[in-house]
Design a protein around this ligand. Structure first.
Ligand SMILES: *[C@@H]1O[C@H](CO)[C@@H](O)[C@H](O)[C@H]1NC(C)=O
Ligand SMILES: *[C@@H]1O[C@H](CO)[C@@H](O)[C@H](O)[C@H]1NC(C)=O
Length: 280
């Protein structure tokens, strides 16, 4: 949906530019020039479209260009025009924001998933070691502050932020895994600070709540009280300033590698079928 602002911006441009902007692969630059303030008490998705950001879009377009079959190619190009959140998990990822803001029109919102908090000390405890350990000591300083600075600076861009420290399950079941004390303390110190630092007028924030299994929609899956997750999230929100936060919108679930809400049949991922069936 177009906001009034972008509608007039489009009207002011020559017709061919507007026509081009709706064509895949030929996106016209129609960057928003007005300062944005988002009202987190409302459902901003009614007025904003998730931006098909250029960082991933470039890859989709390159891949689509390798397809010879016209119908398949068109489908691939449609993916390039679908909105996606940009995943940020290291200091090196942060400059991607500079690329992604370059072509966001007033009616679009740029989505960022902010990962990057350490799981140090927990990987071994669960017998799963594919995740990279990170030093969480400087998470706020090295990850959150440079992102917050950019969001403030890019005040003509609307942002939707998912704060996804990625260690919530370990934090919550810490009584079962004493090795996770370090992760628990990193989460409880850093996450509220991150929510507070990202409480910026042109952004709305969501705190990640992992997936339906952890959130208690599949009680047979876990051996802890699912209410603990809700309690942990509430405590995080309170430590961040609770009602003094103006841009906090709520929680997010199923951010990566989990089922889509509305696909029939649903997607299946290793070990996650139960999650799909629960939410179906
Ligand atoms: C969406 O925009 C319309 C028109 O600008 C406005 O009246 C309405 O309140 C907005 N809705 C939300 C949820 O922000
Ligand atoms: C927006 O940010 C610019 C710097 O990028 C600053 O000069 C300007 O005052 C800001 N405007 C508002 C309304 O905050």
């Amino acid at each position: 949906m177009f906001s009034t602002k972008s509608f007039f911006a489009c009207m002011a441009l020559p017709t061919f530019v507007c026509a081009l902007s709706s064509k895949v692969g030929n996106r016209a630059p129609s960057v928003c020039m007005e300062a944005v303030t988002l009202d987190a008490t409302k459902n901003i998705w009614l007025n904003y479209t998730l931006h098909p950001q250029d960082v991933y879009r470039t890859h989709y377009l390159a891949a689509a260009n390798l397809i010879n079959d016209a119908e398949q190619k068109e489908r691939a190009l449609r993916v390039a025009d679908s909105g996606t959140f940009l995943w940020l998990e290291s200091e090196g990822d942060i400059p991607k924001i500079d690329q992604a803001v370059k072509d966001v029109p007033c009616g679009n919102i740029l989505g960022l998933v902010i990962n990057g908090l350490s799981h140090a000390g927990c990987d071994e405890a669960t017998g799963r070691t594919p995740w990279q350990k990170r030093d969480s000591t400087h998470y706020i300083e090295n990850i959150i502050m440079p992102i917050a600075e950019r969001i403030k600076n890019y005040n003509t861009t609307a942002f939707a932020l998912i704060i996804e420290p990625d260690i919530l399950p370990f934090v919550v079941r810490n009584p079962y895994h004493k090795e996770c004390l370090q992760a628990q303390s990193a989460y409880r110190t850093n996450t509220p600070q991150a929510i507070k630092a990202l409480d910026i007028p042109n952004a709305i924030t969501y705190l990640d709540a992992k997936h339906g299994g952890w959130f208690g929609w599949n009680p047979s899956r876990t051996n802890y009280d699912p209410k603990d997750v809700a309690r942990e999230l509430t405590a995080t929100w309170q430590a961040a300033g609770s009602t003094s936060l103006t841009q906090f919108r709520g929680i997010s679930v199923n951010i990566r590698s989990y089922n889509s809400w509305d696909m029939v049949p649903g997607e299946t991922f290793t070990d996650e079928n139960a999650i799909f069936f629960q939410s179906d």
